[in-house]
Write a protein that binds this ligand. Structure first.
Ligand code: ADP
Ligand code: MG
Length: 335
């Protein structure tokens, strides 16, 4: 089996068929359908498999449902859209109780009801090998206003919302792979960031409203891998400032306690569901001025460069090194 992204590219080539109503097909956080002259529809789906995306040893059913909904909400956020309707398909192993399935749905509704998302259907099956949960979510955006992975240009500034690496650190602590002492408040924070990430819906909508972003993606695989998607789709390179990555005090404390590099955790850790986006250089001061009036947390972490420069990590002293591809990809063999 080839890597996940190579497989998707091959499937795209195998199935490509133009349709007047499809503004954007395979290749971005959601597809875009031209459903009316005033509103275009966004549609995305995400599958979670027991043992791959979650484990009952580290997550309650409520938290699994919550994170499944956030994974989809976050894709709508990355397009700058408003989430609307949800379908839920589950395959249930005989070891799962009805109570657990209700808890799963409680978590999904907790994550999606703040956005008034309406659950309109789904499918139910038995499973012989673990629990599978697949959510399909629609959203809307004004025509031609969605934030695409392909919108980055040389010179654009790279920004992220929130802090990076918390979810990975939280998962490591939950997995008890690491059990040395950390202050309880840090442990609680990191676990919470893993179990209950935020979808940056308001931030994405704000970027669209002010026409501030060139490209955007949500961070599900990890900064390095998701930045690579923006660079590939836009035909550009990028320099990331090693000293500029937003890292929470808890994640720094975790890294220090275990002799890890906090920057590595921030670059590699997946499932933060923060937004990574670009702002054209001539819009940066307007962006900073308007952002200062919001409750949102944005950090400037780098610059878009010509494609030939590739993806690089830049130190405060100005030296650069290639950004290693270390984020998550299904089927990829360890190098
Ligand atoms: P994300 O991490 O934002 O959910 P993915 O990496 O899962 O995005 O998917 C990238 C693109 O590939 C999306 O447009 C998605 O719809 C498409 N895609 C993923 N898997 C398949 C598949 N099995 N068949 C068709 N399209 C797929
Ligand atoms: Mg995405």
């Amino acid at each position: 089996m080839s890597g996940e992204f190579d497989l998707i590219r091959r499937l795209q080539a195998q199935t490509a068929k133009p349709d007047r109503q499809v503004a954007l097909g395979i290749g971005d956080d959601t597809a875009i359908l031209k459903t009316s002259s005033t509103e275009w529809t966004l549609i995305t789906t995400d599958l979670l498999a027991e043992g791959v995306h979650f484990d009952f040893a580290t997550s309650s059913c409520e938290n699994i449902g919550y994170r499944a909904a956030i994974a989809n909400l976050s894709d709508i956020a990355a397009m700058g859209g408003t989430p609307r309707f949800m379908l839920v398909a589950i395959a249930i192993p005989s070891t799962c109780s009805t109570t657990q399935i209700h808890q799963l749905y409680r978590g999904m509704m907790q994550a999606s009801s703040p956005y008034r998302v309406c659950l309109v259907g789904g499918d139910t099956s038995a499973s012989k090998h673990g629990l599978f949960l697949s959510i399909t979510l629609t959203g809307v955006v004004r025509p031609k206003r969605a934030l695409l992975r392909s919108g980055a240009r040389v010179g654009d500034r790279l920004y992220v919302t929130g802090t990076l690496g918390d979810s990975r650190a939280g998962l490591d602590l939950l997995s008890a792979r690491r059990c040395r002492h950390l202050p309880a408040s840090h442990t609680r924070f990191l676990r919470h960031r893993h179990h209950r990430p935020s979808a940056r819906i308001a931030e994405g909508q704000w970027l669209v409203k002010h026409g501030l972003a060139g490209a955007a993606i949500d961070l599900s695989d990890g900064l390095t891998g998701d930045l690579r998607h923006i660079c590939e789709e836009s035909g550009v390179g990028a320099d990331v400032l090693k000293g500029g990555l937003p890292i929470s005090p808890a994640c720094r404390a975790y890294a220090a306690a275990y002799g890890l590099s906090p920057q590595d955790i921030a670059l590699q850790g997946g499932e933060d569901y923060e937004l990574l986006f670009t702002v054209p250089a001539d819009q940066q001061s307007r962006f900073e001025r308007l952002a200062g009036k919001t409750p949102f947390h944005f950090t400037w972490i780098g610059t878009i460069t010509p494609r030939r420069s590739g993806l690089r990590l830049r130190t405060e002293q100005g030296t650069t090194s290639p950004l290693p591809l270390t984020s998550y990809e299904h089927f990829r063999r360890p190098s």
